[in-house]
Design a protein around this ligand. Structure first.
Ligand code: CA
Length: 471
């Protein structure tokens, strides 16, 4: 009898323990959900400013990307901190102007060079979020250094499915180089197998579709813990390659380049739709922040993109260079709105860090800010009074202060001033009309410039292959 009693007591104790563990687990999950929203950053590559529906595209429908802007915030003045791929991404991933740590050029593909990439002293968004329990994944284009020490898994990420270089071929039969570390050349890097964490993997799908699949799987796998997914599509960056499935949607576009480009954008849009649907199905849409943006403006002649009213495009210091399609949603907290003041991809890290109270390194102050209070109207005024670009090799600068923008060229002997509110296309140089403003903005430029260092590595433009191409 006594033996049976103790068995019953043991049984009930076990049951109670299991229930209490389950209860605790649920409570814990609730707390985590509220204070630790999931974060998804979808970054397109070389996408034109008006090549999304929410910015007025007429020939390329992007109904899924538009859902983000419609459910959340459409940013009309969304910037990146540079106008080409790699430095723009270095700024986003650290929340700091990348010129502060010498990252001012497109990295060369150099698996043997540990200097080519973000210095170890700089913290990435993944390293910061890891401190508060996030699982972090990268799917797509890395382009922040090909040395093993720069690999996403060495920089705070728990999962990687993608390529290390600045672009990639899209058809699986063209990916013929198994080992990403066996080559040291950017164009060859476009042909490597895709890496799953550290392992090369032979893929069988159109690359954009393969990335969408992995993104959807990552979300499903991590639905019960806070996660950060950096989905960096290399589309619609060249080479221009699309499958019939997407090309067939664009019979109305005659120009072949534009048609293929449109098909590539459409493939990204399908992927975005699948991700948004997945969030809904899993019931985590409300507390997941989703950003969509391009890393820089469209290189119009190269990939058939369209920056609309903006002057120039990729690699420029005019608006076409780094004012990009930019939207976000966070249904639990943000009502649909259009936000007009300038914001930057530098703001994504400080925003999620503030929301999660993640510790930050005091000696590495951020250049971005938490934009949520501004969007919600709890903070008035501009998140950024001033935004800057420096292009060291070309000796070019731009300073946007309020709605005025100063562009300086040729060792600062040539200065142009524009009022972006009245002159979005930067056509009317006001430097002769407002010399005092030129002086004021130039002084801001000089103060900022003093905080920067010279580039710490040579760029793609310094490689022999690039120089030959230019000859
Ligand atoms: Ca790019």
């Amino acid at each position: 009898m006594k033996k049976n009693n103790s068995k019953i007591i043991l049984f009930f104790t076990l049951v109670m323990t299991v229930f209490s563990l389950l209860g605790c687990g649920q409570e814990q999950k609730k707390v985590d959900q509220k204070n630790h929203p999931n974060l998804i950053v979808i970054m397109a590559d070389d996408l034109g400013y008006v090549d999304v529906g929410f910015n007025g595209s007429e020939d390329i429908p992007t109904p899924n990307i538009d859902r983000i802007a419609q459910n959340g915030v459409k940013f009309t003045n969304g910037y990146t901190p540079y106008s080409v791929c790699s430095p723009s991404r270095a700024g986003f991933i650290t929340g700091r102007y990348q010129q502060r740590f010498g990252y001012e050029r497109n990295v060369q593909y150099r698996p043997k060079d540990p200097n080519m990439g973000i210095p170890p002293a700089e913290k990435t968004i993944a390293e910061i979020l890891r401190q508060v329990g996030y699982t972090n994944g990268v799917v797509g284009k890395w382009h922040l250094g090909a040395h093993i020490s720069k690999h996403p898994l060495k920089r705070g990420f728990d999962f990687f499915f993608g390529h290390l270089g600045g672009g990639h071929r899209y058809f699986p039969e063209e990916l013929t180089i198994e080992d990403s570390y066996s080559i040291s050349d950017e164009p060859l890097s476009y042909r490597t197998w895709i890496m799953r964490d550290h392992q090369p993997e032979k893929t069988e799908e159109y690359l954009t579709d393969a990335f969408s699949n992995e993104a959807v799987k990552f979300i499903e796998k991590n639905q019960n813990n806070p996660f950060f997914l950096y989905l960096a599509y290399n589309a619609p960056h060249g080479p221009l390659q699309a499958t019939a499935k997407y090309l067939n949607r664009f019979d109305h576009i005659e120009n072949q380049k534009r048609k293929t480009y449109a098909a590539m954008v459409s493939a990204v849009d399908d992927g975005v739709g699948r991700i948004l649907d997945q969030l809904k199905v899993l019931g985590i849409e409300d507390n997941t922040i989703v950003f969509f943006l391009s890393d820089n403006g469209g290189p119009e002649p190269n990939n058939g993109s369209n920056n609309g009213p903006l002057r120039e495009g990729k690699s420029s210091i005019y608006e076409g260079g780094n004012r990009v399609p930019f939207a976000m949603q966070w249904p639990a907290q943000i009502d649909p709105t259009v936000y007009e003041y300038p914001i930057s991809s530098l703001d994504i890290l400080p925003t999620i860090a503030a929301l999660t109270h993640a510790p930050l390194a005091a000696e590495k102050p951020l250049d971005g800010v938490n934009i949520i209070p501004y969007i919600k109207g709890k903070k008035q005024g501009r998140p950024h009074q001033t935004l800057y670009i420096r292009k060291f090799d070309e000796d070019l600068y731009s300073v946007r202060d309020g709605d005025l923008k100063l562009v300086t060229k040729k060792k600062n002997t040539l200065k142009e001033l524009y009022n972006l509110k009245e002159d979005l296309g930067e056509e009317n140089d006001l430097s002769a009309v407002f010399p005092e403003e030129v002086k004021r903005l130039d002084s801001l430029r000089q103060d900022w410039d003093k905080q920067l260092i010279d580039p710490i590595f040579l760029g793609l433009k310094h490689t022999d292959r690039w120089k030959k191409r230019l000859k």
